[in-house]
Design a protein around this ligand. Structure first.
Ligand code: AMP
Length: 372
């Protein structure tokens, strides 16, 4: 789950699709349990926002039912307006029927009032109201609501059918309005030896960012013989990746140490798809995001020469043995290189020619940084 940008506004993950699914199933079960045996209810969805809710609800409802829709408008922008109009009405004869209204969200209750008015003189057997979400803080009516999926705070939400100026309905999770992100977060990407660490040293000064190198954090822990260091050492010495769970928890702890940072340069992280997803979700919870992945592109023969050269002075066991180096490339090619597509799909991938002088490459990177 990552931050969602719709028009000019940002929305952060709020209710996961699995939670929504559980709520919808519970509602369908409760409604069914309260119906007299043999009763065929007519479910009426209030368009547009309810379409996903109705689709999931009626499939979770075990029993015979009819389904129809009415269309009313109550939203303009992000604040509820006072005027609610009926746009498309109901034509069926509803005499003696059990009508169950399916609403995606009830806040002030204006729409609900309209619904009660519309159905008052239709000679129903009974009228029941089901709403997926309810905002108790702003509800101003005395009208009964029979089933509530989840009470939520009074913040604008989108997703699962709900929109902000027509966008966002197709997200399967619910997102909540959040202030514009303040940080600049960059993933500095590339195979071992591409020059990420070297470049990060310059860039962190130029842009006042915090540099987090997961490799450096592991090496620091190994040097200080911490539990984490002992665990990581056996993987690192072979040129294997340290398990995701360990690395992700360590990365989160490093980020949380720097609560007032302008942003981060992530160097050596993420290195797997699940690390990338974890990073997206972690930043999104804070109302932040990755602005871009800047990748240093260097051919493998040049990289091997560079690493063997570095191994003469770096004291790194994984830089001296060519077989270990090859294994690091193998890890990179099988687990890490795919992240190019992951960020490309979000329009966040920026490839940079990583061959040339250190200053030239810094210049190339900063041209991209300035646009992010
Ligand atoms: P580096 O200094 O970035 O070349 O990292 C050196 C070694 O640390 C790697 O070969 C891995 O064993 C381990 N490592 C660093 N970052 C990660 C990561 N994101 N995921 C798994 N292992 C990592």
């Amino acid at each position: 789950m990552s931050l969602l940008k719709l028009h000019d506004l940002y929305f952060k993950p709020y209710i996961h699709k699995d939670e929504i699914s559980a709520i919808v199933k519970r509602l369908a079960t409760e409604v069914k349990a309260d119906l007299p045996k043999g009763e065929t209810p007519l479910f009426i969805g209030i368009l547009n926002g309810c379409f996903l809710f109705v689709a999931d609800f009626v499939r979770a409802f075990k029993g015979e039912c009819e389904i129809s829709f009415v269309k009313l408008a109550s939203y303009e922008g992000t604040s509820s307006t006072e005027t609610v109009k009926e746009l498309v009405g109901i034509n069926e004869d509803l005499t003696g029927r059990t009508v169950i209204i399916l609403e995606d969200i009830i806040d002030t209750g204006n729409t609900l009032q309209e619904i009660y008015t519309i159905f008052k003189d239709k000679n129903l057997k009974q009228l029941k109201i089901v709403t997926l979400f309810f905002k108790p803080e702003v509800y101003r009516k005395e009208l009964p609501i029979d089933y509530i999926g989840k009470n939520i705070e009074d913040k604008f939400i989108v997703g699962y059918g709900l929109d902000y100026n027509s966008l966002g309905r197709n997200s399967s999770a619910i997102h909540q309005l959040t202030p514009t992100p303040k940080m600049k977060n960059i993933v500095l990407f590339g195979p071992p030896g591409a020059g990420k660490g070297t470049q990060a040293e310059f860039l962190k000064e130029m842009y006042h960012l915090v540099h987090i190198s997961t490799g450096d954090v592991f090496r620091y822990n190994i040097k200080n013989q911490t539990e984490l260091g002992l665990l990581a050492k056996k993987y690192m010495d072979e040129g294997d990746l340290v398990p995701d769970e360990v690395t992700i928890n360590m990365l989160k702890a490093e980020v949380d140490k720097n609560t007032d940072a302008n942003g981060f340069i992530f160097d050596g992280f993420p290195r797997t798809q699940s690390q990338a997803e974890a990073l997206d979700a972690f930043l999104a919870e804070k109302g932040e995001q990755i602005n871009g992945m800047v990748a240093l592109e260097v051919t493998e023969d040049i990289l091997i020469t560079r690493l063997l050269e570095r191994g003469k002075t770096s004291g790194r066991a994984d830089d001296t043995d060519e077989a270990k180096i090859r294994n690091r490339f193998n890890e990179y090619n099988t687990k890490t290189a795919i992240l190019k597509e992951y960020f490309d799909a979000q329009d966040k991938y920026y490839g940079i020619n990583g061959i040339g002088s250190i200053e030239d490459i810094t210049k190339r990177i900063s041209e991209v940084f300035n646009t992010l």
